[in-house]
Design a protein around this ligand. Sequence first.
Ligand code: UT7
Length: 409
Amino acid sequence: MSELYARITGWGKYTPSRRLTNYDLEQMVDTNDEWISSRTGIRERRIAAPEETTVSMALEASRKALAQANVRAEDLNLIILATTTPDYLCPAAASLLQDRLGATNAGAFDLMAGCTGFVYGLVTATQFIKAGAYKRILVVGAEKISTFIDWTDRNTCILFGDGAGAVVVEPSNSPTGVLSFELGSEGENYDALYYPGGGSAKPFSATSFAERETFLQMDGKRVFKFATRTMTRSVQNVVQASGIPFNDIDCIVPHQANARIIETAVKRLKVDPDKVMVNLDRYGNTSAASIPIALCEAIDQGKIQDGNNIVLVGFGAGLTWASAVVHWEPTRPAEEAILVDDWPVRERLQMQADKMRAAVWSAQVTARTRAQEASMAVMLPFYTWQSKRRKQQRPELEAPAAEETPSDE
Ligand code: UT7
């Protein structure tokens, strides 16, 4: 059997409608638009409505991704949901998503790798496909991080926003999807970005609430240094491992945390800034949702086109990092239908109808051409004889009339 690859066939995003601008934040904490935009590049972020949750946002993004891939929820084999803000501590948000989607034949689990989670999830899904174990996997990054932010802490509340993004992966015979990857973790820096309270180390208590330990806490400088160091190195490693020359990378989709982190990486990598997707000015840091949301927008903006080679790179709580070189070729060639035996009936029928229509058209054209050629072969001697006979009967057709010949006089 030839090597299998995991083609990304669908993608979708969801961002809540409510915008929280830097000017709004000026009313809430001791900050200002100039500081936030110059230090982070963020101008506004989206905040989920009270009735929205991580799963409800994941659901919207997933439906779009499934529609784009033309895959029914019941045909999914697995759902991987990358999040740090599940609806409940237990069970996994992925199980709730599986139920709401109607993905009755899918396994489901959450993946927690901070803002890096989506890339971890995509790489994991790719392995299930390459092993031939599963044929349709939904990978989602979704966060309602606004619930876990201390809105009196200017160190963190200016950075984050809510949203979700999803992709569908399916088997392919041609080299596409994740071509190379790197996953990393520096657990010794776990306390640079974490929730000190609420876990088994420091359970919920009156003290943990009073000391605001159930909210996200961050040592920004430590994360900043880690991010700039790992992003550059990891992108270099993963591109080298893919065997693709760096100049042939068409787009880099980095985790959207801070414009200065991205700019530093861009300079160190000596990459054209136009090849780098940045949308954090409008969404802030949406943690595990940031890369799939940026991916969707890069496609919408034409920064990513069929046949492109792209790099996804993330970093975050753990501290973790992950990068992947992805060949972007979402359109399935018709012959790949045979890779999936339970291909949706509608799509299979459509494909058969298209094939038959093309075959009938091609047969018609061939038959018409052959008939014309045969009739010409039969009739040519007759036309030649007829033309000769006409000239014998009317010799004036051979030479121009004497009076029409120009006179030399
Ligand atoms: O997904 C990963 C998630 N996290 C990250 O990626 C975070 C990475 N780190 C960062 O993005 C940056 O470190 C921050 C944006 C968080 C902070 O930027 P910075 O340039 O490292 O600022 P700083 O913490 O060194 O603070 C500089 C000054 C301080 O004042 P003094 O001590 O110099 O007088 C802060 O108190 O800015 C002050 N400051 C603020 N001022 C206005 C800190 N936060 C704010 C604020 N508004 N929101």
